[in-house]
Write a protein that binds this ligand. Structure first.
Ligand code: ACM
Length: 411
């Protein structure tokens, strides 16, 4: 009966509540539904008695991959902040957290065989703050915390561009043998590893090996986006070797869609993020695609013209727009069954602390979570916006400072 790992049944009767599933994960998803019912019923009760709506539901997800991404490179977030985000994500049944661990502005993970990556590259962030990094102990703690909540961590080391923090830490990674300066601005596309040096591949292999050993999940994300100063032929040659290394450490490669110019193995998971004329033409029909459209999924896009934080290069992203679309039909030339799911990235150029994160993620991430869980034919904005209007009180209760968008009639 429960042939999907996350499927569950919830029965609320007058004298008992039952959750049934075929796996612990299914039970966990059911508990999260019950928890929401209990807390919302309590917060909106008219008396001192808690009463729950009775009934029976059979439930399972529409997509197997329902993700969030956190950029800890542009601004660093503490272990406690990450755990708090994980708790919130798990209550909405998100099952992957993609960790953008390195970029031009910072390197955020201790690598024992290349210690200066964290010691030097971990000391900067956008705007000139002190940055920070996760020790391997910290990272393992986060991985376990997420696993306990049925969330899989996807580590990303962005290669071969978006690498200034590494290039500033080790002179030998640069073609001219000179370390770059640490960078605290928000430009993109100016850095690249030196693809013709053997040291580069020793670096890539050590980093992938050390992080893979700490990461029980199936994927290793190698970035690949916006390598504007790496000639295409060099990029492809670099990726051929890097993809081999990912395979050697038994991970499924994952990358931003720009990876399609390289000779990618069939199992590679490609992450769609921006409109590209050639995307739908060259994408192999066998490839799995994760939808992270800048126009629909990027949590760093402002809601509207008065949002105090965020960017708007992909337009404004109001709550309705973020909810009212279908990942299986957004890019017409892709087959619906290629779409493994969706992921909502939060890039942190303008996001400095947990309150900033909360303002951009909530309430939009709740809509992303529902797109991931509920089939299109059972979703509509009128019904969703009504239900969402009650979640402001839940977020208030948790002291999560969400964006009180006027589109919603908050209860
Ligand atoms: C990206 O936004 N550069 C993936």
């Amino acid at each position: 009966k429960f042939d999907e790992v996350e499927a569950y049944e919830l029965e609320i009767e007058s004298d008992e509540v039952n959750i049934k599933a075929g796996t612990a994960e299914g039970i966990y998803r059911g508990i999260k539904t019950l928890e929401q019912l209990v807390v919302l019923s309590h917060l909106h009760a008219n008396s001192n008695f808690l009463s729950l709506p009775g009934g029976e539901i059979e439930d399972h997800p529409s997509f197997e991959y329902r993700g969030a991404m956190l950029d800890v490179a542009r601004h660093f977030f503490s272990v406690a902040d990450v755990k708090r985000y994980i708790d919130l994500l798990s209550s909405y049944k998100i099952n992957f957290l993609h960790f953008h661990l390195s970029d031009d502005q910072g390197w955020r993970i201790e690598i024992k065989s290349w210690p200066k990556l964290a010691e030097i590259g971990g000391q900067s962030e956008v705007g000139g703050g002190t940055g920070g990094f996760y020790t391997q102990e910290d990272f393992r703690e986060i991985v376990q915390y997420a696993k306990d909540r049925f969330i899989t961590i996807v580590p990303e080391i962005d290669l071969p561009g978006h690498t200034n923090a590494a290039l500033a830490s080790y002179a030998e990674l640069n073609c001219n043998g000179k370390a770059t300066e640490l960078y605290t601005g928000i430009e993109v596309g100016f850095s690249t590893l030196c693809v013709d040096k053997e040291e580069t591949y020793e670096f890539v292999e050590d980093v992938i090996r050390e992080i893979s050993e700490m990461s029980p999940g199936p994927y290793f994300h190698i970035g690949g986006d916006e390598s504007h100063v790496t000639p295409e032929e060099d990029f492809n040659r670099f990726m051929d070797r890097t993809l081999e290394i990912v395979k050697k450490y038994d991970k499924i490669p994952m990358g931003w869609y720009e990876l399609i110019t390289a000779d990618i193995p069939e199992e590679t998971l490609l992450q769609y993020w921006a409109k590209s004329a050639d995307f739908s033409k060259v994408i192999p029909k066998k490839s799995k695609i994760l939808m992270s459209s800048a126009s629909y999924n990027y949590l760093d896009m402002k809601y509207d013209s008065i949002t105090p934080l965020g960017l708007h290069w992909a337009g404004y992203l109001p709550v309705k727009k973020a909810y009212d679309w279908d990942p299986r039909s957004l890019v017409p030339d892709l087959d619906a069954d290629q779409i493994i799911g969706l992921e909502a990235p939060l890039w942190t150029e303008t996001i400095e602390d947990f309150d900033d994160l909360a303002l951009m993620a909530f309430p939009r991430i709740i809509g992303h979570a529902e797109i991931g869980w509920t089939p299109k034919k059972r979703r509509n904005w009128e019904d969703y916006s009504q239900r969402l209007s009650y979640h402001g009180s839940l977020l208030d209760h948790l002291e999560v400072k969400y964006y009180g968008a006027e589109e919603i009639d908050w209860k």
